[in-house]
Design a protein around this ligand. Structure first.
Ligand SMILES: Nc1nc2c([nH]c(=O)n2[C@H]2C[C@H](O)[C@@H](COP(=O)(O)OP(=O)(O)OP(=O)(O)O)O2)c(=O)[nH]1
Length: 374
């Protein structure tokens, strides 16, 4: 049975309404509709969208709904899948299939002054920062979408400390290199792979307070390390460490370990203790299912969500010369199973972003090509 018909069968049995949601934007401006008081979740803003008919694919529904509600034809735009999420509003269960679409300048210019949609609903172009800050009340399910939207298009992965072994002081050389070559405000997956990773990470945070860091799951900056720092020791641990940590990272192995426990009902594991959003690494279908389950459980339990999945290796890399890459075709087929934004990793460069989006990537990541060469 195809995935699509399986989804429809489950939805029919449990009365889940399948909805196509179009996060339409032009640069940092996001298009919001306003739900009338008489609609379900009325008197709130919404992303354009609506129910997926039984004979439609998600994308067909998306294109139809956007056209019916706004008159914008997105048939030729790149449609990037962000994710899929269930929400139980108690009076109605929905499954939102969420996609992000960037309008062309021409499309935006044609529609930027339209204050009402074709169904009479109010339309607003809103600043991304204000949408993410919660200035526009949206249905509860949209909180997860807002967290997904924080994910940037490009993520830099650091070198391992062992790549600096030829230096007399590898840690100092690692720090000097990354301090200089990471782009301003970059999202960085700090992957040092050494016993003193935490101390080095802490130093990078102090050298580059502009960076947004993804750190290994077991990174809690304990009291002794904080005491060594010059920071105010009376401040709380979280206030000292969290502003720069945007997510914790779970390796493929850790994820599968959690999944094995989660499937074993005799010793069911909670959906992990991290009080941060999570980014996982996946290499195959099993780990994608594990990530989907973790993502769903964390939403159900009101924990910070799983904001993305590194799916690798897309292409051959210098870091893992013996690993057979997935290639775009297999990568794209796997990515379609993910319920969370997928980040392409392995052999990529920033100028491949557009190609990667066409293949289903919400973002791409890498090491050498993502570090600035100055
Ligand atoms: N369009 C849209 N719907 C959303 C969002 N977030 C969210 O929870 N929903 C929910 C609200 C509704 O229950 C459902 C959307 O269905 P809809 O727009 O076709 O339904 P409706 O309430 O207008 O009902 P109807 O008049 O078509 O029967 O999804 C969102 O951002 N956009």
């Amino acid at each position: 049975m195809s995935i699509k018909s399986e989804q429809q069968r489950v939805a029919a049995q449990t009365h889940i309404v399948n909805v196509a949601v179009a996060v339409i934007h032009y640069q940092e401006q996001y298009l919001l509709g306003f739900r009338s008081a008489k609609q379900h979740q009325g008197n709130r803003y919404e992303f354009v969208g609506g129910k997926i008919d039984a004979d439609e694919t998600d994308k067909q529904a998306l294109i139809r709904e956007v056209n019916e509600e706004t008159g914008i034809n997105i048939h030729d735009n790149t449609i990037v899948k962000l994710g899929r999420l269930h929400h139980d509003y108690s009076d109605k269960q929905v499954c939102l299939q969420v996609y992000k679409i960037e309008l062309t300048t021409r499309q935006y210019d044609q529609h930027k002054y339209c204050q009402y949609g074709l169904e009479g609903q109010a339309l607003t172009w809103a600043d991304k920062d204000e949408v993410l800050a919660g200035k526009y009340p949206l249905p509860a399910a949209n909180q997860t979408i807002l967290t997904w939207l924080r994910l940037p298009s490009l993520i830099t992965v650091t070198y391992a400390l062992s790549d600096f072994d030829q230096h007399t002081d590898p840690a100092a050389a690692w720090l000097a290199y990354h301090r200089q070559h990471l782009a301003a405000q970059a999202w960085v997956y700090v992957r040092i792979k050494a016993p003193d990773s935490k101390a080095i990470t802490k130093q990078l945070m102090q050298l580059r307070p502009d960076l947004q860091m993804i750190v290994p799951d077991d990174f809690t900056f304990d009291g002794s390390m904080l005491a060594e720092s010059l920071l105010d020791q009376t401040a709380s641990k979280s206030a000292l460490t969290e502003p720069q940590v945007v997510a914790t990272h779970l390796t493929h192995g850790d994820l599968m370990h959690w999944y094995a426990g989660a499937k074993d009902t005799s010793q069911k594991r909670p959906p992990l203790s991290s009080d941060q959003p999570i980014i996982v690494s996946c290499h195959d279908l099993d780990s994608i299912y594990a990530a989907n389950q973790l993502a769903a459980e964390r939403i159900q339990q009101g924990l910070p969500v799983v904001i993305g999945m590194f799916l690798s290796p897309v292409l051959a890399t210098q870091t893992h010369p013996d690993t057979v890459p997935l290639g775009w075709i297999q990568w794209s087929a796997l990515a379609a199973h993910a319920d969370i934004p997928v980040i392409g990793l392995g052999g990529l460069a920033p100028d491949l972003l557009q190609d990667a989006k066409v293949q289903g990537a919400a973002a791409i990541a890498g090491i050498r090509q993502f570090l600035q060469s100055h």
